[in-house]
Ligand binder design. Structure first.
Ligand SMILES: NC(=O)c1ccc[n+]([C@@H]2O[C@H](COP(=O)([O-])OP(=O)(O)OC[C@H]3O[C@@H](n4cnc5c(N)ncnc54)[C@H](OP(=O)(O)O)[C@@H]3O)[C@@H](O)[C@H]2O)c1
Length: 283
């Protein structure tokens, strides 16, 4: 039996949908904080259980019986993500789950200036020490994030960034489909695996692509960090959010998202979607 958390969300919801193309509903269980949010799975005959990383007592019964358990990385902006993930991993180990899979991120490292990188790294350490077989799905940066990370280039003709670096922009839909393939491979992928699109363009290269897909000239402007932060404040971006995004740009500049890996394409059996696809998508 495969048990999935985060299936009410975009990433693991798509993974669950892919799994249901290969498994019967009785082979899948969905865990959510609020069972009413998973009604679409219940309607398909999938068992829905209640479980919340922030409520450790809820988790052992939620994860009981899993040959494989897919844990979503927490998205709670105010949460202690490592503590939440520890609750989930300890509960999984306590009920004898066969394998834990976790939605990590490319560049999981303690010194990654993009804050989730350190969280993912710490969670992977917990997985390595928990005594259960594990697979960490190090997904590339969601390509659809370009819709806001690249700013209003369609109107301005400018992509303004506080430093430039390569990023393996990866479609969330592709990462979700690959996770399903890995779950169906029943243990063929052990430890940390990297799931990225095949190329890692810089913002300067993305500006050229944006020019091609839009038919207007788009340029990349690399600003100083202070200048960029001032522009963010002027545009009404909260200071904390601007600092978070600045961490992303620093990580990109330092090469944390530069690597690419052929595994995603191999698992999909086709070429992954690209940053060009994301830029060409309607805003
Ligand atoms: N690779 C990237 O570029 C990138 C970008 C952004 C985020 N991420 C990470 O990828 C994850 C999945 O992305 P997504 O787009 O699917 O996010 P999403 O649509 O916001 O879904 C998040 C899921 O997390 C679950 N969740 C939140 N808090 C929980 C808790 N305390 N206990 C158990 N489950 C909890 C929610 O389930 P319920 O509400 O049903 O409990 C929800 O289904 C995010 O959570 C984030 O960590 C990656």
């Amino acid at each position: 039996m495969i048990i999935i958390t985060g299936a009410t969300g975009a990433l693991n919801g798509a993974t669950a949908d892919h799994l249901l193309q290969h498994l019967s509903p009785s082979e899948l269980v969905v865990v959510t904080r609020d069972v009413s949010r998973a009604a679409r799975f219940a309607a398909l005959g999938v068992e829905v259980r209640q479980g919340d990383y922030a409520d450790p007592g809820s988790l052992p019964a939620a994860y009981d019986g899993a040959d494989q358990l897919l844990l979503v990385s927490s998205s709670d902006p105010a949460g202690d993500h490592v503590a939440l993930h520890r609750n989930a991993i300890e509960a999984a180990a306590s009920v004898g789950v066969g394998r834990i899979l976790y939605t990590s991120h490319q560049g999981a490292a303690p010194d990654n200036p993009f804050l989730p990188g350190a969280t993912h790294f710490a969670t992977e350490q917990l997985l390595a020490d928990c005594g259960v077989a594990w697979t960490s799905l190090r997904n590339g940066f969601y390509a659809h994030s370009l819709q806001w990370l690249a700013g209003p280039w369609r109107e301005t003709g400018v992509i303004a960034v506080p430093g430039d670096g390569p990023v393996s922009w990866t479609a969330r839909e592709d990462a979700a489909e690959a996770a399903a393939a890995i779950l169906l491979s029943d243990g063929a992928h052990d430890g940390a695996v990297t799931l990225t699109a095949p190329a890692a363009p810089t913002f300067a290269e993305l500006a050229d692509t944006a020019s091609e897909v839009s038919g207007r000239t788009v340029t990349c402007r690399v600003l100083g960090e202070d200048e960029w932060l001032a522009a963010q404040a002027e545009a009404g971006v909260p200071e904390q959010m601007a600092g978070f995004v600045l961490g992303f740009h620093r990580a990109a500049r330092a090469g944390f998202f530069a690597g690419t890996d052929p595994l995603l394409g191999e698992l999909l059996g086709r070429a992954p979607r690209t940053a060009r696809d994301a830029l060409a998508a309607p805003a």
